[in-house]
Design a protein around this ligand. Structure first.
Ligand SMILES: NC(=O)c1ccc[n+]([C@@H]2O[C@H](COP(=O)([O-])OP(=O)(O)OC[C@H]3O[C@@H](n4cnc5c(N)ncnc54)[C@H](O)[C@@H]3O)[C@@H](O)[C@H]2O)c1
Length: 313
């Protein structure tokens, strides 16, 4: 599993690029907006927190001298039409969208435990909120679907680099006890990268990657969570470091070690990054056994970008 280094010297490649993102008002998303704006990208971001959006735009415009655009739209990623409006806004302003970053997310909320031990035959009859799936997975699926259409406009010759980056989590691939709904949703984010990477690349020349951070110093990592990490001697990520990995995957289309920068998942812990997808198949034989691993490889190659599932017969 190769260490994946951020490449801040590549961020300049994003100058004049049009970037759409969600979750840009706070935390990791705000650091991504700051770095994009600093690099001279035109940024159109959506977030449900309108007050924080306005504060972010006012703060960044006074802090960073730049002639590039910085706009926000109040967006609830659970709503398909809000995701659509965000891309439409960028497209109408600039005539194209180059990169799309899905960052918005929420974690488990106190008092909303799906598996509350106090549930009984009476209280279990009330259906629980599906917000964590709607925001962390359905919203990401909406975003990626719309992104695929906007990114390919005017790029039939594939002369321009186009990419999608999704914010996953360590919970996308490692057991995280107690993240009862967040964890399955974040598994879905990595699943979306796996299911689309060949198709988006072959059909449209669009790269798709995910960054999967461990606990990161934003309001999402509560004091209790930070204490767990501290007690184990593992540092929290700095949100600026996580932003660097997102900008690296966005601004570097090819890498001498991994080739085409698509289909990757970068795990970030204590600000250090590890690419965990590219070589994963090589471990198949040791956990699936030789025969199953050979069969899995044959089926994967035969499915290719996967049109057998959805093409009319
Ligand atoms: N902080 C961590 O420990 C950590 C670890 C792994 C992954 N992540 C992921 O990183 C991403 C950013 O989280 P963060 O740590 O910066 O948290 P944060 O709470 O600081 O930022 C999340 C942003 O998403 C926005 N948002 C929430 N619901 C929304 C909705 N319905 N529509 C639009 N916007 C909405 C919030 O307003 C906020 O601006 C999330 O996807 C999160 O799951 C965070």
């Amino acid at each position: 599993m190769p260490q994946f280094q951020p490449v801040p010297s590549s961020f300049g490649a994003l100058k004049d690029q049009v970037v759409v993102l969600t979750g840009g008002a706070n935390g990791i998303g705000l650091e991504i907006v700051r770095k994009l704006y600093q690099a001279g990208a035109h940024v159109v971001f959506g977030d449900i927190d309108e007050v924080a959006c306005q504060a972010a735009v006012d703060g960044l415009k006074s802090e960073i001298p730049s002639s590039s655009g910085l706009f926000f739209l109040r967006t609830d990623v659970r709503r398909y039409e809000d995701n659509l409006a965000l891309f439409k806004c960028a497209y109408e302003k600039y005539g194209r969208v180059d990169h799309a970053l899905s960052i918005a997310g929420v974690t488990e909320q106190a008092g909303k435990n799906w598996f509350d031990p106090k549930l009984d035959l009476s209280s279990v009859t009330a259906a629980p909120s599906t917000d964590l799936v709607d925001i962390n997975l359905t919203g990401v699926l909406y975003f990626a679907r719309i992104a695929a259409v906007y990114l390919r406009q005017g790029n039939d010759g594939r002369a321009q680099d186009k990419s999608i980056c999704l914010l996953g989590s360590v919970a996308s691939f490692k057991e995280q006890g107690g993240l009862f709904v967040y964890q399955p949703a974040k598994h879905g984010v990595l699943g979306l990268v796996r299911s689309t990477r060949k198709f988006l690349d072959r059909a449209h020349g669009i790269r798709i990657n995910t960054v999967c951070p461990s606990a990161t110093r934003t309001r999402m990592a509560t004091a209790a969570v930070a204490d767990v990490w501290a007690a184990q001697g593992v540092r929290l990520n700095d949100p600026r470091a996580v932003a660097d990995y997102v900008l690296t995957l966005t601004s570097v289309p090819r890498d001498p070690h991994v080739g085409n920068v698509t289909g990757l998942a970068v795990f970030v812990e204590a600000d250090k990054g590890w690419e965990i997808e590219k070589d994963l198949d090589r471990c198949d034989a040791s956990w699936l056994g030789e025969e199953m691993s050979r069969n899995a490889a044959k089926i994967e190659a035969a499915l290719a970008s996967g049109t057998a599932w959805s093409d009319p017969q």
